[in-house]
Design a binder for this molecule. Structure first.
Ligand code: MOS
Length: 734
């Protein structure tokens, strides 16, 4: 068993709970005496509240209380640090003052005896504002002010400018990407309850430990007095990494009223108060020598930022991959922000890299064209066998293998490079490709594993499963060490009182959690051996080093075997337990990144202006994939999200008043089944043992990087139109 459980295609172990409705998501919790909160949201994007007329709302049926800037407890801000695990994006507390910084900001919170009554009363709150001019988007912000360069977020080596001027071939283009909004199926929700000065939060979060620490800071409590529970999450895509104002408001309201409060953020407010991917503008300047080798590479990006946060700034780090993906002595990457009247932006799947790789990989295609080289050959020629930004070797980089395997499966060698030359019936076929890239990160982690007298094992960690399969891979890791089958392994995640675990973000939960789980399982086995050789043990008098363990059984030097359940029963013990702490990866010795390549076929029917994506082949190098089924699903899902980013997704703001205009599922378009091509995912299997004992680097985000550019490059091959502004809507092709 231990030979093949890692890497096996195992269905999710919690699947039956979800399919039978027994998995309780945050808003499924209905506590005794619970009441319901509903927000009133600002209709202006800039200015201040001059009056709140609550008279009609207060007389509305079932209303218990209405909170606002003149009626709200004084709370504390959090220092907001990822290192200290108390990070928030929007540092302003809800109802801190009467100032309005973005449309959709909370201006009041109505609490009533039912959801319907709370909502009905919220609609009756009448707010008067003094409205001031709002900055609706990046272009308006640029017209009024200068971007703020983020020192320290950049990178520079060599002399890119003279190298560019003296090069054989050059390009200089600007790319842009719009605001995108996280739209996980499950909406943000909180159920907050207080008992004896202790706070319990059933919360939609990608990080129970971080959320626990934030609520402790905000309410001035010891973290021991706060528990955050997220056993199941209907995904988050980064929007649920750090707490947002609604959760703090719900907890404060629950304390004031003395009853549990449930608050679900309506979908429309998820377009304003729970983050978004900011708008970007990116200038790419590339130059090559006669042989098509990059001699100069510059990537200067600007992203939009809210104007209500001063101590912490969210930077969309578009050039993060550009620093090192290709070999180039003369490289410069800069990041700037510019303020506008939108809510605070945050990480959205592959933050930085998703928009950044759109620009970089589109520019690589344009550069290949300018130099007269096949785009795949151009990338091969510029492969970097070290990380030049860190002056470190890669731990493992199988990018060339990814190119080879994906190109062969796709049939790239049959591509006619001439634009519009490949046709079938009424359709023009376009073939494009791009690299994908994501940094591999591993954090510290604690975990606990118990071997129990009923023959089962139990593992726990305060990380969470956001729907991606974390429960299952933790069970696989326990199975790998103990030899127990998955059905005898119970896994508990999503409770901040468990041993401290990582956020489900940055593609680092797998690489971070599994080493701690494995170490804890080994510690439990060690304790078990101790019990076996003790005076009343099954192998009394034997030496620990003579006891071996496999497939759930202990064996002594004579080859006699007993189950671990019998070892425990002989000592009348419930369990043998192990706790462990695992560390980070050796980032001073190696640069850890994942790599891959996407090949895309589009079909453009100019007669009816129909563009569709007909085929995607992707080869991904993430080290070892722990679960072949859930890993593949992660990459497929990321490609689908990349298709959405390429063709559909954009949150639009009225340029007159900075209000979002398509803040709903009808007008914010995401890809549906009919938009899906055949997706062929090749998972390369080169375990990265320099990263951790499982060789796994993580897989959640890399798949979305580069897809957009591969699509744009295919569109160019079909139509001759180079679309440098996402999304690629049909009007841009006509
Ligand atoms: Mo991911 S954007 O780190 O949830």
């Amino acid at each position: 068993m231990s030979d093949n459980i890692i890497g096996a295609a195992k269905p999710r172990i919690e699947g039956p709970l979800k399919l039978t409705g027994r998995a309780l998501y945050s808003s499924d919790n209905h506590l005794d005496g619970m009441v319901y909160a509903y927000g009133v949201f600002s209709s202006i994007a800039s200015g201040e509240i001059t009056n709140l007329d609550l008279s009609a709302a207060k007389q509305s049926p079932g209303v218990i209380d209405i909170f606002h800037h003149d009626h709200f407890p004084r709370l504390f801000r959090t220092p907001s640090s990822m290192e200290q695990q108390n990070k928030v994006d929007e540092e302003r507390l809800p109802f801190e003052d009467n100032k309005i910084h973005y449309a959709g900001q909370f201006v009041a919170l109505v609490v009533a005896d039912s959801f319907e009554n709370a909502r009905a009363a919220a609609y009756k709150v009448k707010a008067d504002y003094h409205e001031s001019a709002a900055i609706a988007n990046l272009a308006q912000a640029m017209a009024q002010g200068e971007p703020e360069l983020q020192e320290g977020a950049g990178h520079s080596r060599g002399e890119p400018e003279p190298a560019f001027e003296n090069a054989a071939h050059r390009i200089d283009y600007t790319y842009s990407t719009p605001v995108e909004t996280h739209n996980p199926m499950e909406m943000h929700a909180t159920v907050a309850a207080w008992h004896d000065g202790k706070l319990t939060m059933y919360d939609t979060t990608q990080g129970v430990v971080n959320a626990r620490n934030v609520y402790a800071k905000v309410f001035g409590l010891s973290p021991d007095r706060v528990e955050v529970l997220t056993p199941f999450l209907g995904s988050g895509f980064g929007g649920k990494l750090w707490p947002w104002p609604h959760a703090i408001a719900a907890a404060a309201a629950a304390r004031e009223i003395g009853r549990p409060v449930q608050l679900v953020v309506p979908r429309q407010a998820m377009f304003t108060t729970t983050g978004h991917r900011p708008e970007t503008r990116q200038r790419l300047r590339l130059a090559t020598d006669d042989d098509g080798r990059l001699v100069s590479l510059r990537h200067d990006s600007i992203s939009t930022m809210s104007n209500l946060d001063q101590d912490t700034v969210f930077v969309e780090s578009c050039g993060q991959m550009t620093k090192a993906l290709y070999a180039c002595e003369n490289t410069q990457v800069t990041h700037s922000i510019i303020r506008n009247n939108r809510g605070t932006p945050t990480s959205m799947r592959a933050p930085g890299a998703a928009p950044g790789m759109f620009a970089l990989e589109s520019a690589m295609d344009e550069m290949a064209h300018a130099a007269g080289i096949d785009p795949l050959e151009f990338r091969r020629r510029n492969y970097s066998d070290t990380d030049q930004s860190k002056e470190l070797p890669w731990s493992s980089n199988q990018l060339r293998e990814a190119y080879d395997q994906a190109a062969e499966k796709f049939g790239w060698d049959k591509r006619n490079p001439e634009i519009g030359s490949m046709r079938e019936g009424n359709e023009i076929i376009g073939w494009g490709m791009a690299a994908c890239n994501w940094e591999a990160i591993r954090r510290e982690c604690d975990a606990r594993v118990s071997l129990r007298s009923d023959g089962t094992a139990y593992a726990s960690c305060a990380t969470q499963d956001i729907g991606t399969g974390t429960y299952t891979i933790v069970a696989q890791a326990v199975s790998e060490i103990t030899g127990l089958p998955l059905e005898k392994i119970e896994v508990e995640l999503g409770d901040s009182s468990y041993p401290s675990g990582p956020i489900s973000g940055g593609s680092w939960a797998t690489a971070t959690t599994l080493p701690a789980i494995a170490e804890a399982a080994r510690a439990a086995l060690d304790q078990l051996k101790g019990y076996a050789i003790s005076e009343s043990g099954v192998f009394a008098g034997a030496k620990k080093e003579d006891i071996s363990f496999s497939d759930g059984q202990l064996a002594n030097a004579d080859g006699r075997t007993v189950t671990f359940a019998d070892v425990l029963k002989a000592r009348k013990l419930a369990s043998a337990d192990g706790e462990a702490h695992s560390g980070t990866a050796p980032t001073d010795q190696y640069s850890f990144r994942s790599f891959g390549a996407h090949f895309v076929e589009v079909r453009w029917d100019p007669g009816i202006s129909n563009l569709r994506i007909s085929r995607v082949v992707s080869a991904i190098d993430v080290g070892r994939a722990i679960n072949a089924l859930t890993s593949r699903s992660q990459v497929e899902g990321a490609i689908v999200m990349g298709i959405g980013m390429a063709l559909f997704e954009q949150t639009e703001y009225d340029h007159r008043n900075a209000r979002p205009v398509n803040n709903n599922y009808a007008e914010y378009l995401v890809p549906v089944h009919a938009d899906q091509p055949e997706i062929d995912v090749i998972l390369l299997d080169y375990p990265d043992y320099k990263f951790n004992e499982f060789g796994a680097r993580g897989i959640g985000e890399i798949g979305i990087t580069g897809v957009t550019a591969a699509i744009a490059n295919a569109v160019h091959h079909a139509t001759g139109k180079r679309i440098r502004e996402l999304p690629i809507t049909l009007d841009k092709l006509m």
